[in-house]
Design a protein around this ligand. Structure first.
Ligand code: RIB
Ligand code: CA
Length: 334
C-alpha cells in the first residue's frame, strides 16, 4: 500500500532533491505539493517545484502556493545558499502556462460544503481540505507557516495527520542561522512553536543532528556525472553552487542535503534513532528559533515529538540513490 503524503517545501536545492526522491519512491503517493516562503519567495518556489515535476514527468501533481511571509515577521530567504533563483543560479527555463497550466485551488467557495476565506493561500486551503477528507501524512521540509495556518484555520485536521515529519530544528548540533537556530524554524519560530503545540501526532523532527551526516560528496557527484541520466545531470547542475557555499561557509567537501533525509526516514524509520520528548521553539531574543528539547523531562510535559539523534547515513544514501536510479544507483556510491 502506497503511503499518501503531502509535501510542504521551499525549493530550494535540497528540497528539489527531496521532491525527486518522493516522486521516484514506490512507497509514496504524493497527493500534492505545497510551497511555503523560505529559501526563496513563495512564487519562485512554486516555479522551482514545477521545474522538478517537469523533469520527473509528473505534471499530474497539483502544486499550490502557500504563505508569502512568516506568521508575524518579515521573510528572510536563504538565496545566499541556494542562489537567487533557488536552484544554484542555473536559470533553468521555467515551465510555461502552455506546457502545464498552473494549479489553482478552485474550491474557494461553498462548493462541497467546504468554505475557505478568499485570503487563505491556496496551499493552506488545499492542506485543510485534503486533511478534512482523509488521513494523510505530511512531510514538511521548509518553514512551518503553511502547516500552522492550516491548523489555525481548521484545528480538527490535526486528528487526520497520520504522521508529521519535519526537517527542521536541532538538538545538540549547532545552528545554521545562529549558534543555536536552524533555518526552517528560525524563519518562522511562531509557526514552528504553534505546530509543536497543536499537532495531534508527534512531530518527527529530522534536525541538523542527523541531516548534517547526509553529505553528497565530490565522489558521488562524479559518479552522478558518469550516469548519463537527466535526473543525475540535474542534481549535478543545481548542487554546484551549493557545494561552493558549503566549502566557504562550513569547510565541507560536498554539500549537506538535509531534506531528502526527511523523505528517506518517512519511508524507512529504521534509518534513524531518536528520543520521544517534549520540545518547543523559542520565539524571541538572542536564541530565537532555537528548539528547546526537554530531554530530562524538567518541565514534566507530555512528549510531543520524536527528535532524531542518529542516522545510518550510508544506508540512507543507498536507499536514496536506488530510488532515483535503480541498480545504477550503486555505481554512484562506489
Ligand atoms: O536548515 C536546512 C533547511 O532549511 C532545509 O530544509 C533547507 O532547504 C532550508 O529550507
Ligand atoms: Ca527546505
Amino acid at each position: 500500500m502506497k503511503k499518501r503524503v503531502i509535501i510542504d517545501c521551499d525549493p530550494g536545492i535540497d528540497d528539489s532533491l527531496a521532491l525527486m526522491y518522493a516522486l521516484s519512491a514506490p512507497e509514496l503517493e504524493v497527493v500534492g505539493i505545497t510551497v511555503v516562503c523560505g529559501n526563496v519567495p513563495t512564487d519562485m518556489g512554486v516555479e522551482n517545484a514545477r521545474r522538478v515535476c517537469r523533469l520527473m514527468g509528473r505534471q499530474d501533481i497539483p502544486i499550490y502556493a502557500g504563505a508569502g511571509a512568516p506568521l508575524s515577521r518579515p521573510l528572510v530567504t536563504a538565496q545566499d545558499t541556494h542562489g537567487m533563483d533557488g536552484l544554484g543560479e542555473t536559470h533553468i527555463p521555467e515551465v510555461t502556462e502552455e506546457e502545464w497550466p498552473h494549479t489553482r485551488f478552485s474550491e474557494k467557495t461553498e462548493a462541497g460544503g467546504f468554505h475557505v476565506h478568499s485570503d487563505l493561500p491556496d496551499a493552506v486551503a488545499f492542506i485543510s481540505k485534503a486533511l478534512s477528507e482523509e488521513k494523510l501524512s505530511v512531510i514538511a521540509i521548509g518553514p512551518l507557516t503553511n502547516i500552522a495556518m492550516a491548523l489555525q484555520y481548521k484545528p480538527q485536521i490535526g486528528e487526520n495527520v497520520e504522521r508529521f515529519v519535519s526537517m527542521g530544528g536541532n538538538f545538540k548540533s549547532f545552528g545554521n542561522c545562529s549558534p543555536v537556530a536552524e533555518f526552517n524554524y528560525w524563519v518562522d519560530p511562531e509557526a514552528a512553536r504553534y505546530v509543536f503545540e497543536h499537532m495531534e501526532c508527534p512531530v518527527e523532527m529530522v534536525g541538523l543532528d542527523v541531516t548534517r551526516r547526509i553529505v553528497l560528496t565530490p565522489e558521488m557527484i562524479r559518479g552522478l556525472e558518469q550516469l548519463g541520466d537527466p535526473k543525475a545531470d540535474f542534481i549535478v547542475k543545481i548542487t554546484r553552487f551549493y557545494v561552493d557555499f558549503h566549502k566557504k561557509q562550513e569547510g565541507i567537501d560536498g554539500c549537506v542535503i538535509n531534506d531528502p533525509l526527511a523523505v528517506g526516514y518517512f519511508i524507512n524509520s529504521d534509518l534513524c534513532k531518536g528520543i520521544d520528548v517534549y520540545t518547543t521553539v523559542e520565539t524571541k531574543g538572542l536564541s530565537v528559533g532555537q528548539t528547546i528539547v526537554d530531554e530530562k523531562g524538567f518541565w514534566k510535559k507530555k512528549a510531543n515529538s520524536r527528535v532524531l539523534t542518529r542516522v545510518d547515513s550510508p544506508r540512507f544514501m543507498r536507499q536514496f540513490m536506488s530510488a532515483l536510479f535503480g541498480s545504477r544507483g550503486e555505481a554512484v556510491l562506489r
